[in-house]
Design a protein around this ligand. Structure first.
Ligand SMILES: [Fe+2]
Length: 185
């Protein structure tokens, strides 16, 4: 039997306890995610170890749900903000919920029939990601962006299409505020 359990979440950092899974994505792992490859190379030449985001998760055998946090560092690669890879779920009938705890972000969503939606991520905002919408989170602020995610354990992440083709919009730093533009050449 699976018993009820509380998980402590540090809203400022995304640290969770107990933590069952943890991974970090560094700029060196994300070369193909950012458009400005020269900017990637310049940054990596100075520091091989730049952290872009990390995911911490909690799950228990016998439960259909799991949850955790994603923490995206503030930063830019050229004009593009630090962001996650972006993915569809393997299970096309399963969505997800995000709850933003700290920072300032944009959630970029793309449906299979190539509709685009963007939603603000601010502390206290809860976002519904419907089934079969690809989702990518982007830190457009100056502090870490921390959000809690909850989804079905069977949902699975399918990174292939977004890694191969990218998304139909990019979010870049404008003169005064973030701009959502067509993909950079
Ligand atoms: Fe997801």
């Amino acid at each position: 039997m699976t018993y009820p359990e509380n998980v402590a979440i540090d809203a400022a950092t995304g640290a969770i306890a107990p933590m069952v899974e943890h991974y970090e994505k560094r700029l060196a792992d994300l070369r193909d995610v950012f458009s400005d490859r020269q900017a990637v190379d310049r940054m990596l030449a100075e520091d091989q170890n730049i952290l872009v985001y990390q995911v911490r998760a909690f799950k228990r055998e016998g439960c259909d749900l799991w949850f955790g946090t994603t923490t995206i560092e503030p930063g830019q690669v050229g004009r593009e903000y630090f962001m996650t890879r972006g993915h569809f779920h393997k299970r096309r009938d399963m969505g997800e919920v995000y709850y933003t705890q700290a920072g300032e972000g944009l959630l970029l969503l793309q449906s299979r029939d190539r509709q685009i939606e963007t939603m603000e991520m601010r502390p206290g905002t809860s976002s519904l990601i419907p089934p079969d919408w690809a989702h990518r989170s982007i830190n457009v602020g100056t502090d870490p962006l921390v959000f809690v995610w909850v989804c079905n354990i069977e949902a699975g992440n399918d990174y292939g299409e977004i890694l191969e083709k990218g998304m139909l919009r990019h979010v870049i730093a404008g003169a005064a505020s973030p701009e959502i533009i067509d993909p950079l050449a």
